[in-house]
Design a protein around this ligand. Structure first.
Ligand SMILES: [Ca+2]
Length: 608
């Protein structure tokens, strides 16, 4: 634990930077409970953790971009410290798993951004659980992306309050249709960046009103992730339009202008949030983090960085990271030590004066010593970078960095380890990773590659990388939707089409026996009523689909919808499901047309 009381003060409540004796005198004259509350708050700060989605290291003014306006992001950097080598994972869900657990995502069983590989293993302990157990009020607003099924939702993983969405992205940013509040779908009016900020500010205000607990507020914007939607004048709220016009006038192409506008809309909301902390007079007792979840996707100005989101190059894994806590953290400093997203859990535990879990490996290390000093060149000896969509692979999209060198493994069709595909960069002399110096330093290549393989073997040992079994019949669960993206599929023609979560389908299946298979975890034995969501053009109608699960089997004759992409909901009938782990199989019995159907979902409702 780090003692950080020295230098801490509460502006406006007692006295600005008052000597300790005066503070104690002031407290001793207060009513007991009030004094106690102040001591507790002074001991343990509120934590506001703000993260954007796909904003690159280069996408802020504070990191050197001369084309984008981010005054509030810049303000946090100016009033606090900036980490110049903060590493996220190459993509969304792995970073989020690392933040929540303090562990590299590969240890947690999470390995993908979709197909059911984006569910955080139930055996994991989240930083929200730890903080809540220690007396914090906890809230998450915005993108979760660590599991949508019962048992995996934020309010079941340590958050008192959740308003946001489960998936990697949403399709509508105005009047968003995929928003949930503590597990229940809700109708929401407005622009999503405003909505999430409003909810976080309400949570903060409520926490202060209740007054007896510090709070942990995670505000996880889905912006500026694709599909890059702004609020437009169609809604009568042209903030997005104005920004778009500004960036187009500056000469940015439309795609880039949209991304910059989305970021500035976040920045405007960040300004509202900072103003709220000031208005509530809690800025001095609140740690504010601003960061992003992986490398950037904008291409207009990259500050000479190599790579983008999903790549192990610096542009794929470095993210902006600004941290402010007036009184404790010096202002305007840049810290060059390499630090990681897995460091947040130990840092927040340090701030909350609680221990990190001792029954598992925690990969992160508290950032508090660096934050207090405002300087430092050492933190992690090595940081490891890797991600591949289907199966973790030490030979694809991998990298490792120490304080000076970075080794990057190339990726492509040939997956055999090949030294000729490895590139070594001297990040001090060549931060843009332009000159491969592997030939000149074979011993450094060996050291870094050996360390990467040692690490990879360690973090993947004994971990099962498969879609999670879908919980069916949980107490309080009215109906479960079996999503196409969680299936494995088998057959000559069968195909999975990813169309943004709500519209994805299993399609093109027509030969008898072609099948999609899901793993289920039936929590309660019983009769479940089955319905199907699918589309089928009239020419293809009349085929038969069979559903099997354990000893149960039911068949359904496919009826036509207006078009194959117009989904309808159809009753199939009851199925008896045994408790425990079973496979649900959907298979073609016969298909007279070009495809059996475009299956968009299976719904199981327990008959009580
Ligand atoms: Ca992302």
């Amino acid at each position: 634990m780090t003692d950080f009381k020295n230098g801490f003060h509460r502006k406006g409540r007692i006295a600005s930077a008052a000597p300790l004796a005066l503070v104690l005198l002031a407290i001793s004259s207060m009513v007991g409970a009030q004094a106690e509350a102040i001591l507790r708050a002074a001991d343990r700060p509120n934590i506001v953790f703000v993260m954007t989605d796909d904003q690159g290291y280069w996408d802020t003014g504070a990191t050197g971009n001369p084309h984008i306006d981010t005054p509030n992001m810049n303000r946090i950097a100016a009033e606090g410290v900036q980490f110049s080598r903060y590493y996220a994972a190459p993509v969304c869900a792995p970073t989020r798993a690392g933040i929540m657990t303090g562990r590299t995502y590969l240890r947690t069983g999470l390995y993908n951004t979709r197909f059911g590989g984006d569910s955080l293993g139930k055996h994991e302990v989240t930083v929200a659980q730890l903080l809540r157990n220690s007396g914090y009020r906890t809230g998450l607003f915005g993108k979760w992306h660590l599991g949508k099924y019962p048992g995996y939702q934020p309010q079941e993983r340590g958050f008192d309050e959740f308003f946001g969405h489960y998936h990697g992205h949403i399709e509508r940013y105005e009047f968003p249709d995929q928003v949930v509040h503590n597990g229940r779908p809700v109708e929401a009016r407005g622009y999503v960046t405003d909505l999430f900020t409003d909810a976080s500010m309400d949570f903060i205000e409520q926490s202060i009103r209740e007054g007896d607990k510090p709070f942990f507020c995670a505000l996880m914007f889905n912006a500026p992730h694709s599909p890059w939607l702004l609020d437009t004048s169609l809604y009568g709220q042209p903030a997005g339009d104005k920004l778009l016009a500004k960036y187009l006038q500056r000469g940015l192409p439309l795609r880039e202008a949209r991304i910059y506008s989305l970021i500035e809309r976040v920045d405007q909301n960040l300004g509202r949030l900072l103003d709220k902390l000031d208005a509530l007079d809690i800025a001095d007792e609140t740690l504010v983090v601003f960061t992003s979840d992986n490398g950037g996707v904008s291409r207009f100005w990259k500050g000479g960085m190599q790579g983008q989101k999903a790549s192990p190059y610096e542009g794929g894994v470095r993210a902006p990271c600004f941290v402010r806590w007036p009184g404790l953290i010096p202002s305007g400093k840049v810290i060059p030590a390499q630090v990681s997203h897995v460091d947040w859990l130990p840092t927040f535990c340090d701030l909350a004066k609680i221990a990190v879990p001792s029954d598992r490996t925690i990969d992160g290390k508290s950032l508090l010593p660096l934050l207090k000093a405002g300087e430092g060149t050492e933190h992690h000896q090595y940081v490891y970078h890797t991600w591949d969509r289907y199966t973790p692979n030490p030979n694809l999209r991998w990298g490792i960095s120490d304080s000076r060198w970075k080794l990057v493994g190339m990726f492509g069709a040939d997956q055999t380890p090949s030294r000729s595909r490895w590139r070594l960069f001297d990040l001090q002399a060549d931060p843009g990773e332009t000159e491969n110096v592997a030939r000149q330093h074979p011993e450094i290549v060996d050291r870094l590659r050996n360390e990467f393989v040692r690490w990879f073997d360690d973090v993947t040992e004994g971990v099962d990388y498969r879609p999670i079994p879908i919980p069916v019949g949980e107490a309080g669960q009215n109906q479960v939707e079996i999503s196409p993206s969680w299936a494995s599929w088998h057959g000559k023609n069968i195909h999975y089409t990813f169309d943004g979560y709500d519209w994805d389908t299993i399609d093109r299946w027509k030969e008898p026996g072609e099948q999609a298979v899901w793993r289920l975890d039936v929590r309660r034995r019983g009769t479940y009523h089955v319905r199907l969501s699918y589309g089928c053009r009239p020419l293809d109608a009349g085929g038969v689909l069979r559903l099997r699960a354990g000893a149960a089997s039911v068949e359904h004759q496919v009826v036509a919808t207006a078009t194959a992409d117009q989904f309808g909901l159809f009753d199939v009938g009851p199925m008896e499901l045994d408790q425990g782990a079973i496979e649900l199989v959907a298979e073609v019995v016969s298909a007279p047309g070009a495809e059996l159907m475009r299956l968009n979902g299976i719904f199981l409702r327990r008959q009580d």
